[in-house]
Every structure is written in C-alpha cells, then in structure tokens.
Design a protein around this ligand. Sequence first.
Ligand SMILES: Nc1ncnc2c1ncn2[C@@H]1O[C@H](COP(=O)(O)OP(=O)(O)OP(=O)(O)O)[C@@H](O)[C@H]1O
Ligand SMILES: [Mg+2]
Length: 260
Amino acid sequence: MPVNHTTLESETSMLTIHDLSATVANKAILKGLSLRINAGEIHAIMGPNGAGKSTLGYTLGGRPGYEVTGGSVDFDGQDLLSLAPHERAAAGLFLGFQYPVEIPGVSMVQFLRESLNAQRKARGEDPLSGGAFLKLAREQAALLKLDPEMLKRPVNVGFSGGEKKRAEMVQMGILDPKLAILDETDSGLDIDALKVCGEGINAIMRRPDKAVLLITHYQRLLDYVKPDFVHVLAGGRIVRSGGADLALELEEQGYEGAVA
Ligand SMILES: Nc1ncnc2c1ncn2[C@@H]1O[C@H](COP(=O)(O)OP(=O)(O)OP(=O)(O)O)[C@@H](O)[C@H]1O
Ligand SMILES: [Mg+2]
C-alpha cells in the first residue's frame, strides 16, 4: 500500500508550534518560535536564563498574563490557543512547574482526585471512586518513591524542593497526559531522586502515543530520559536543534560557543 506522507504526518504530530510570539507584562518574550513534536518523541529545550523557556511552557498551558501576539499551536488536531487552561489539561496537556505552588488547606489527595475527576468529566468519563483513586495514587507514589503519608499533607506546603518535584511527577502519573512539558524537573533533586524521577518520566511517558518536552539546564536528567531532539531557545526562538549529542556539546562549549 502506498504511504501517504501527508496523512502520516498529521496522524503522528502531537504538537506543532508555528511562529509563536508572546508577551509578558507588555514585554515581547517569544519572538516567532516554531517547534514540532511527534507522538513517541522526547524533546529537550535548553537555553540561557531569561530566554523564554518557562514563558513557552506557561503560554502553552494558558497561564493568565501570557499574551499570544502571533502564530499558532496545534495540539493533537486541536487549536490549543483557543482552549481555556482547564480544557488544555483535559485535552491531555500537563505542565510541570519550575516552582511548584503551595496550596494550604487542600490535601494532596483532595487536589489530585479533584484534578483527575474534573478532567475525566470534561472527557465524558465517569469519576473514579474514592477507593479506586486511592489505589491509583498509592501506585503512582510508589513508582516515584514518595512516602504515601505525604498524600495526606496540604499540597506542597513544607515539602522540600525535591519532594515538590516528585509530587509533581506523581500528579503526572495520575493524570496520565498525552504531552508533558516539564520545566526544570531536575532542579532541587538529589542524585537518587534524579534517577527516580527520570525513571518515573520514562515509565509514565515513554510511549508511542505520548510525548515529552523537557526544559532543563543540565545533561544530568538527560542521562536518564534520553531525548530524541535537543533545542536551544535563545532570544525568544529556537536557534539550534540537534540530537542528544547537542546537550553534551552545550555543556562543553556553553551557549556562546555552540550558538555563535
Ligand atoms: N511577570 C513578568 N513581568 C515581567 N517580566 C517577566 C515576567 N515573567 C517573565 N518575565 C521576563 O521574561 C523573560 C523570560 O523569562 P522565563 O521565565 O521564560 O525565562 P527562562 O528561560 O525560563 O529562564 P530560567 O532559565 O532562568 O528559568 C525574563 O526576562 C523575565 O524577567
Ligand atoms: Mg524558567
């Protein structure tokens, strides 16, 4: 049977960002950024401080205050930018924060169950019962080696930096997204936690029908979660793309050397 490349491409494309521009506080940060991520792929974005990496994540997630001034984003066949943040999440987009927020008064269990059931409802699925949810939450906590007792505590309140990141990965495992954008998930992790989180990302997301965009400054996470593509974001756009070796080259030469 002849292969129709047009059809094949549209079937496997998970995220297509075309010429995206965005402002924060009236300041242009993203300036014509294009990037395509297919299902089954892991991409890493690296780049200098202030380049716009977190802004890209927030803009894709639909965070208020991040205003799109041009371009388009197709997520799994939908116009992502026309969706409200909760609709983006229900469509299968997960954003792991560089600085996870604390929510006093709301326990992890409550938060995770509400998040999951809100997404299930938006997709026309029945809510998970309390028992079924607890089983799922315990399984995911075990995968990330997070003490299940922590699920009873208020979201991120008093969690250590590494515990916050692990709790985010537990949340990702429970929500089971199609595309995860993980903003410096490796920051604050000790050496063992880095391995646990890396293996968790692989276990949850390394599948033919899923994709990951890892924002990171260092090679160390990429030793566990091996990227198919590495991109350099500088000055609000992708200025260089390559394979996993590019991360090593950047580590050796720095951005000035590698992008000049
Ligand atoms: N609310 C805001 N008000 C003003 N400027 C902002 C705001 N949010 C972001 N910026 C600016 O946008 C630019 C890009 O920030 P962003 O957080 O996207 O960088 P980054 O690439 O993630 O950097 P890092 O590697 O340090 O995390 C920075 O110059 C930052 O100061
Ligand atoms: Mg950032």
